[in-house]
Design a protein around this ligand. Structure first.
Ligand code: FE
Ligand code: FE
Length: 203
């Protein structure tokens, strides 16, 4: 199956910008490393990592159009924030264009941007790898989240969501076009904050 990952990566090379391709490679290997740490299929994590942004090459308008064309249900919030749809369309493309049948991989792609409450291990791995891959431009606390990802992934997910909500919130304050927060992200935050509180560990 790693051969398949290579083939998919090769196909994606011409579809993504060089920057996005480098990010894609970073997520592939980071997801693979996390899969090793947590005893998941390295192949599945690699495939999900390679494909997670396979629909990222479209503008917001194009994403909306393509989702509607393929009868993918879109929420009002997604229609207003088209970029969110690259995850939904990407999951659809993974199945239709890249022949992925494993639903775990499909749903890891589907939720890589928003997260969700109670993610499967593979979903959490791809969500986290997207945030911590080596090519990410340094954000505050990134090094700490990177370390945490290999210690306790639920805690890493909590920290990412905590920062993402903070970041989105800050942005909304300063920018009238600030990003809105998807319901899945809010629910994910509540879920992982609960785990964080119950552990009562001071990381
Ligand atoms: Fe993405
Ligand atoms: Fe990404």
């Amino acid at each position: 199956m790693l051969e398949n990952v290579e083939k998919v990566q090769e196909r994606l090379k011409s579809k993504l910008t060089p920057k996005r391709y480098i990010h894609t490679t970073g997520v592939r290997y980071t997801a693979a490393a996390l899969a090793m740490r947590y005893g998941l299929s390295v192949e599945d994590a690699s495939m999900a990592g390679v494909l997670h942004d396979c629909a990222k090459c479209f503008s917001d308008d194009e994403l909306v159009r393509k989702c509607l064309k393929n009868n993918l249900e879109c929420t009002e919030l997604e229609l207003r924030n088209g970029f969110l749809l690259h995850a939904k369309l990407g999951a659809y493309y993974a199945k239709k264009k890249y022949g992925i049948e494993n639903e775990e991989i499909i749903s890891a792609i589907r939720y890589h941007t928003t997260g969700k409450a109670g993610m499967t291990p593979l979903e959490a791995v791809v969500f986290t790898a997207d945030y911590i891959e080596p090519g990410r431009k340094p954000l505050p606390h990134l090094e700490a989240v990177r370390r945490m990802a290999f210690v306790d992934i639920d805690e890493a997910v909590y920290q990412i969501l905590d920062r993402t909500l903070g970041y989105l919130g800050d942005k909304a304050k300063t920018d009238n076009n600030g990003r809105e927060i998807d319901i899945h992200t809010v629910e994910a935050f509540k879920y992982y904050r609960q785990i964080h509180v119950e552990k009562d560990i001071k990381f």
